[in-house]
Design a binder for this molecule. Sequence first.
Ligand code: XIL
Length: 359
Amino acid sequence: MKWNRRNVLTSCLGAAAFAATPAAANAATSSSWKAQRRVPYGAALGLADLDSDPRLGAAIAELCSLIAPVDELKWSRLRPNASTFAFERADSLMSFAQRNGLSMRGHTLVWYASMPEWTKAIDTPAKAERALVEHIETVVSRYRGRIRSWDVVNEAIPDVARRPTDRRPSLWFELLGDRHFALAFRTAAAADPQAQLALNEYDVEFGDEHFPAKRAAFRNLVFRLLDAGAPLHAVGLQCHLRGAKAIDRDGLGRFVGELHAAGVKVLITELDVLDNELPPSPLERDQIVARQVGDLLATVTAAGPLDAVLTWGISDRYSWIPYMFPRRDGLPNRPLPLDRDFGRKPFMQTIDRFTGRTA
Ligand code: XIL
């Protein structure tokens, strides 16, 4: 990889790079739970859920030091048409974060999914470049200094990668090819030179079936971007864990070690557990889930310091898992650290153990 000033800087700053506004620092000292954490813990949050259930905001304010918007910064929500940016929903989440001394991660600028219909009219490389650059410049500049960490590119690798150079089809890839990745990172860096810029991916935690090939292709993209001098500072491991599947301790640990050696930060960005095929007993399921999360966190933290860990939601009541991976027996899913009534599950204790909260 090419070392540049930015890499060296982010390596030195560590987790502090996007942790603390003065407000966050105050909140951390007044909240013993957050103050005790070595690794920042956060959760994704949707505005509709926040508005409809006061328990959700209260739980997040109590347990987390950062949030990520579930959908509010995606093209589908931000861009009703080619000339409009609708920031109201994302701004509401940002005010919630600021009122509670939390920081907000940005998710996501470049993704194959969640694209509004009108983007189908983007049909030439010149139009694509213009649209991509305008979007990133506008969104990143608006939150400059407030969103300290961005998922610049999300899910660039196909589920079944046949070669390490395989990339997932998307509007951007079809029209601009590989070059849109570095373009996105450079544009984001120009709009906010202090922001931590991440490449985010799922299904790189396992060692059988198609998973190693996916990790190899992801690794290939990371190192190609670094070799090209792109301002890629961090890798986000989404970690939508497939319930009870063994974490590939060797393969994942080696990969995370390589990232650290290259000066790249590592975050867990969307942790939850797909429990649709786990046994019905809630007690038994919660134990299996917590054990798997423990294996993941042990593997990743053994390979170097974890920059942050976020779960994709915090309570089983507000999760995408029941929609995407419902159980055949009709029992409610239990993918997250708190149950439907915001009670702490073994998953939460595992997070506490690895983020440094002991009590
Ligand atoms: C999901 C949201 O949770 C849903 O509300 C939405 O309908 C689709 O997207 N990986 C990602 C997230 O990077 O953006 C996805 O979020 C979950 C998988």
